[in-house]
Design a binder for this molecule. Structure first.
Ligand code: E4P
Length: 225
């Protein structure tokens, strides 16, 4: 499973991209609004940092407007792909954009039929929102499992399953086990997933032992010279 970063924060993207674990970035209007900067500048900067798909979401709610926005956004940078919401007009826009070779990430997916429709319309990615389902006392991960099963049953579907709305590190590993192609992850979740107290304790011990060895050897050299 590949990992995308789910943020528009350039500092976080710069820092985590250095770790070599990120294959793309997803943004949405909320994440971009949080940064309060010129949207085009932010998206282009993200594309310069991460060599992979960077999702930019349309805000039109009619197919014509979505297609117009999408055609404009893809001129910003070759890494830009288009996020389209799962509504009937979104499907119509996705069908047009897919025919033009523009990659669509169909977002706000909450049931397997929506995922199937997105795939049939030609979406390159479907984004099921795990955390938002968990928030309403539903098992979000079941949705990933169902979509995986539905897509596996049809060899012609090459749409990738992009697990979204991840809230904690278990979501990441469970999404991978469920068969998601990609998981898009907020920086805070990546940082938590990276941390383990035994790693920190182990490193501290290794470094202490090393320092003690150096001190012993230094004393030994001083003694014989
Ligand atoms: C996905 O592409 C969305 O940007 C994101 O995962 C939504 O997550 P949220 O439910 O935490 O807002």
């Amino acid at each position: 499973m590949r990992i995308f970063l789910d943020t528009a924060n350039l500092d976080d993207i710069r820092e985590i991209a250095r770790w070599g674990i990120i294959s793309g970035v997803t943004t949405n209007p909320t994440l971009l609004a949080r940064e309060g900067k010129n949207v085009r500048d932010v998206i282009v900067e993200i594309c310069e940092i991460v060599n992979g798909p960077v999702s930019m979401e349309v805000v039109s709610t009619d197919a014509e407007g979505m297609v117009r926005e999408a055609r404009e956004y893809v001129t910003w940078h070759p890494n830009v792909i288009i996020k389209i919401p799962m509504i009937p007009e979104g499907l119509a826009a996705t069908a047009i954009l897919a025919r033009e070779g523009i990659q669509v990430n169909m977002t706000l997916i909450f049931n397997p039929n929506q995922a199937l429709f997105a795939a049939l319309a030609g979406a390159a990615y479907v984004s099921p929102f795990l955390g938002r389902l968990d928030d309403i006392s539903t098992e979000g991960m079941d949705l990933i499992r169902e979509i995986v099963a539905v897509f596996r049953q049809d060899a012609h579907l090459d749409t990738q399953i992009l697990a979204a709305s991840l809230r904690h590190p278990r979501h990441l590993v469970e999404a991978a086990k469920a068969g998601a192609d990609v998981a898009t992850c907020p920086p805070a979740v990546i940082r938590k997933a990276l941390k383990h107290p035994l790693t920190d304790i182990g490193l501290e011990r290794f470094l202490n032992d090393w320092r003690q060895l150096e001190a012993t050897l230094t004393r030994e050299v001083a003694r014989v010279s």
